[in-house]
Design a protein around this ligand. Structure first.
Ligand SMILES: NC(=O)c1ccc[n+]([C@@H]2O[C@H](COP(=O)([O-])OP(=O)(O)OC[C@H]3O[C@@H](n4cnc5c(N)ncnc54)[C@H](O)[C@@H]3O)[C@@H](O)[C@H]2O)c1
Ligand SMILES: [Zn+2]
Length: 649
């Protein structure tokens, strides 16, 4: 659980988000980021960013970058949030135009990516007929402070890259320019000496970001901060003066690690990477910038994605399917920047055979989940195995690798998790999280339709306040009125092997109600459903049949999945092809084109890979993207060419 302090809560309140503070807080505690709706994912990003820019970060940068931002990149690579400078959040404060645009940086996490960036430099140099021998690269520590711009009379924050705030007061408070530099050196970073922070400030401040915020804040500075400024421990460090390594690009290629290491340890300030930039002005001009970063500059960052950790104990948790999962409580450890104190073990067979219990040492790996998984056991001990279901006390049984609670009718954990899963999967409502569901269950509501049958006065009777009770009623109404895809509705029932993807595949052939009449033979005929899964699906549907028809009769607003008519499918020119759509389309929205392509039997992917058949590029698609696709052997079609391909059918 993340604990928000009062400052953070008050910042969130001022953000004017469409959701309650408590809802926003709960989004941060969703363990599996892929479960967040796009809107909720953006809320998390915007909120984290606002807290970070106000000196009160709630999550670590690596979690922000590798978990949340990465998820958005995977889902919506073109999203505007990714293509602009992440704005400072200015609450109640005036902004002024910056003397010069300030951008973010492009990021690389491997030598391979740096090599590719150098190739782009060489290409630009080639286009300008600049000789290879003249291409030098400057490498500097990427200061992890507060970006600012000093024009000699005023100091500005970076703001949204075009407009910032006037924070000249920081200089009036005695802030010095690093390296005995004078004023007016342009862009730089306000930073705090690491050694001073560790020895003097770390007891009273959680991180140096709190202090950077205090230096520029309108309100009076804290005494300890003023002392730090006076001692010269806080400085404005212009990038032009920063310690650097500058040399020929070939040396960067041949000596990469040594150069990075040297610069990584070159300054006594927090850094979060190393910046590479070309020095040749002509090349810089030619390469230019996106709205987000300069193409002639790139930040190299490192992910420490794995750690060895001691297990304190293993606790069993019963899921909605009755499977009892082992959750390891760990000695709190930093991983990818976040402090981790719990992790899931694959299954109890791993606990048993690899000896996971108090005192064991395990290797943790972060894999896109906020709570990481245990990949390997380094030191084993006598395992801790439960005998009974932690929720209902029924004797649990082995089913291949798993321990399972066989109590299908009366296990609180299974019932509650099933209900939570339903509302969460619908995704068009709020309010039916684990706490609320637990309370409803205590008052005897065990089925989805029973919750829908409850009226406001029932909720009040269960002990909810008047406002919450009304909200629950409104949310139930919303969940029926806001349109959702029929496959999502089906997935919400939590039938084994019927997550969203399989539901969508099935509904391309059978309508919802037809599915409940389908036989194993019917399903096996479909691409992607083998005998075993078909049997499990038919049995699973049978188990939820009664509840499904009761809930369906409540009139949900379902968008029906388009059927792939086998006849048409074989004849369409894109049947079985993998398509990627990018850029702005003229004929309609990209979403509509993707739907149409799916209906014609194509597979639609979000990003280009060697499996892609066609990249359909609309307006405003960069040459790089098109060339990258061509390099992978992908046929690139304009929107017009694509429409002609369909029309020629
Ligand atoms: N923890 C959180 O909740 C949270 C939220 C939002 C953003 N972030 C972090 O902020 C970062 C993105 O922020 P950003 O847009 O400021 O971008 P960035 O990390 O790419 O940094 C770009 C900035 O680096 C600065 N910089 C530092 N040293 C430099 C040098 N030697 N040469 C040139 N520039 C240098 C410049 O001011 C430039 O504006 C991400 O890494 C992310 O992790 C964290
Ligand atoms: Zn049980």
């Amino acid at each position: 659980m993340l604990n928000f302090n009062t400052k953070q809560l008050s910042i969130i309140e001022q953000l004017n988000l469409s959701q309650d503070v408590s809802v926003v807080v709960s989004l941060f505690n969703e363990q599996d980021v892929s479960q967040l709706s796009l809107n909720n994912l953006l809320t998390v990003l915007e909120t984290a960013n606002a807290l970070y820019r106000s000196g009160q970060p709630i999550i670590d940068d690596q979690v922000y970058d590798t978990v949340y931002l990465q998820e958005l990149k995977n889902r919506e690579p073109e999203h505007s949030f990714l293509n602009t400078v992440e704005p400072e959040v200015v609450i109640d404060s005036k902004t002024v135009a910056l003397p010069q645009k300030m951008l973010s940086t492009d990021k690389a996490y491997s030598f391979e990516e740096i090599k590719k960036w150098i190739e782009r430099l060489l290409k630009a140099a080639g286009e300008l007929s600049i000789d290879d021998s003249k291409i030098d690269i400057r490498v500097t520590p990427k200061l992890d402070g507060y970006a600012a711009f000093d024009d000699g009379s005023k100091l500005y924050t970076r703001g949204d890259g075009s407009r910032g705030q006037d924070i000249t007061r920081a200089f009036n408070r005695g802030l010095k320019v690093a390296e005995q530099g004078g004023r007016g050196q342009g862009p730089g970073e306000i930073v705090i000496k690491k050694s001073y922070f560790d020895s003097v400030l770390s007891d009273s401040f959680e991180n140096s970001r709190n202090i950077q915020a205090a230096i520029i804040a309108e309100k009076k500075v804290d005494k300890a901060v003023q002392t730090a400024i006076d001692a010269g421990a806080c400085v404005f460090y212009p990038f032009s003066l920063i310690t650097n390594w500058t040399g020929h690009y070939s040396e960067v290629l041949s000596d990469f690690e040594a150069i990075v290491e040297r610069i990584w340890n070159a300054v006594d300030y927090d850094i979060d990477g190393v910046i590479f930039e070309v020095t040749n002005d002509e090349i810089k001009q030619h390469m230019g910038a996106t709205r987000h970063h300069h193409r002639w500059q790139i930040a190299f960052k490192v992910n420490d994605e794995s750690a060895e950790v001691k297990v304190l104990r293993v606790i069993p948790q019963t899921s909605r399917t009755g499977r009892v999962s082992p959750v390891a409580e760990l000695e709190p450890t930093k991983l990818s920047g976040a402090t981790i104190s719990r992790a899931t073990v694959h299954h109890y067979n791993m606990v048993k055979t690899n000896g996971v219990g108090p005192g064991a040492v395990v290797q943790l790996v972060r894999s896109g989940l906020v709570i990481p998984k245990i990949e390997k056991v380094i030191t084993s001990v006598t395992p801790e195995l439960p005998i009974d279901c932690p929720s209902c006390g029924t004797h649990i049984l082995w089913e291949s690798d798993h321990l399972v609670c066989p109590n299908k009718t009366d296990c609180p954990a299974q019932t509650e998790n099933t209900l939570v899963h339903f509302f969460k999967t619908l995704g068009n409502n709020d309010g039916f999280g684990p706490k609320v569901i637990e309370k409803l269950h205590e008052h005897g509501l065990k089925r989805i339709h029973e919750i829908y049958d409850a009226a406001k006065n029932n909720f009040v009777g269960f002990g909810f306040g008047d406002k919450t009770a009304q909200n629950l009623v409104d949310q139930l109404t919303a969940s029926r009125e806001i349109e959702i895809e029929d496959w999502r509705f089906l997935a919400a029932f939590g039938v084994s092997r019927l997550a969203g993807g399989n539901c969508e595949k099935l509904l391309q052939h059978h309508s919802l109600d037809e599915l409940f009449a389908a036989s194993v033979e019917d399903l096996v005929k479909l691409d992607g459903f083998a005998q075993v899964s078909a049997e499990a699906i038919v049995e699973g549907l049978e188990n939820v049949r009664e509840e499904y028809f009761k809930v369906k009769s409540l009139n949900f607003n379902l968008a029906i999945t388009t059927k792939v008519s086998e006849q048409a499918a074989v004849e369409t020119p894109v049947f079985g092809k993998v398509l990627v759509f990018t850029g702005t389309m003229l004929q309609g929205s990209r979403g509509d084109m993707e739907k149409q392509a799916k209906a014609l039997g194509a597979k639609v992917a979000k990003s280009v890979s060697s499996k892609t058949s066609y990249l359909v590029a609309g307006e405003k698609v960069g040459a790089n993207k098109i060339n990258a696709a061509k390099d992978k052997g992908v046929t690139v079609l304009s929107e017009q060419e694509y429409l002609e391909l369909l029309a020629n059918n």
